[in-house]
Design a protein around this ligand. Structure first.
Ligand SMILES: C[S@@+](CC[C@H](N)C(=O)[O-])C[C@H]1O[C@@H](n2cnc3c(N)ncnc32)[C@H](O)[C@@H]1O
Length: 244
């Protein structure tokens, strides 16, 4: 299934909810970073956030993902954006980056911490961060007490068990971080940025005979339907933390 996802999503410049505007907003909310130390963008995909982070921070960014094809697309995009000297890439899992302890000033991760689990990701990143180091990530959660059954069943099938923003923050605190800022991604980050790219991507593969591709298309069709009907009940939050 992972390969089928990679195939269908390959041409997408953004592979999860988010936007340049939200990335810039999160960057504007960062506390001062340690003067030295690396900037990592983990689960970077085709580089939607990497290009913005590298542009705004004027520091080298090491972007990593487990999908080499996405990293190749990121290289092309970095060249086009005139940022190729500021961005390097590596193939690595977000919970096993291979980076040294006490080496990172900032760890960025949009729409990908769920792939390793929030707790595993935050714990690994805590050792990588220098004193005063910062984490900025996005994660999906319930926005209130409403838990529509259809939405809950769908999300449970394709995402780790989902919590609410308060429980997410408690987990962050327990992993050794303090809160710097937090905001909900606006609805446009779903519909205008991510889902708008999913629609043509799945139409391109709708007649494809590969059963795994057909399963991915079925899940995407369901995702669109669930978002349309229950999008107010859940969404992504941007969380900015510093290492305690
Ligand atoms: C929803 S996409 C988000 C990609 C990108 N950050 C964006 O916003 O467009 C999730 C990404 O996580 C990557 N991924 C999957 N498993 C991973 C892992 N164990 N470690 C790091 N990234 C992983 C996928 O290849 C994909 O690029």
């Amino acid at each position: 299934m992972e390969q089928a996802y990679a195939t269908v999503f390959a041409g997408m410049t953004r592979q999860g909810p988010g936007s340049e505007r939200s990335t810039r907003k999160a960057l504007s909310l960062l506390p001062p970073l340690p003067d030295t130390g690396t900037v990592l963008d983990l689960g970077c995909g085709t580089g939607a956030s990497t290009l913005v982070v590298a542009d705004v921070l004027d520091r080298p960014v090491l972007a990593s993902d487990v999908n080499p094809a996405s990293l190749e697309t990121l290289h092309q995009r970095a060249r086009t954006a005139g940022l190729k000297n500021r961005i390097t890439t590596s193939i690595a899992s977000a919970d096993a980056t291979g980076q040294p302890d006490d080496s990172a000033a900032l760890i960025w991760c949009e729409g990908a911490i769920f792939t390793v689990g929030v707790e595993a990701g935050l714990k690994h990143w805590h050792s990588l961060l220098k004193r005063g180091g910062v984490v900025a990530f996005t994660e999906m959660c319930w926005f209130g007490t409403e838990r529509p059954a259809d939405a809950a069943a769908f999300l449970l099938g394709c995402y780790p068990p989902m919590t609410d923003a308060a429980s997410l923050l408690s987990l962050c605190f327990a992993c050794g971080y303090r809160l710097e800022a937090m905001f909900a991604l606006p609805e446009a980050d779903w519909w205008d940025e991510y889902l708008a790219q999913i629609v043509p991507a799945i139409e391109r593969y709708r007649g494809n005979p590969d059963p795994d591709i057909q399963s991915v298309i079925a899940i995407c069709d369901q995702e669109l339907d669930i978002c349309r009907r229950f999008g107010a009940a859940y969404g992504y939050v941007f969380v900015i933390l510093s290492k305690v």
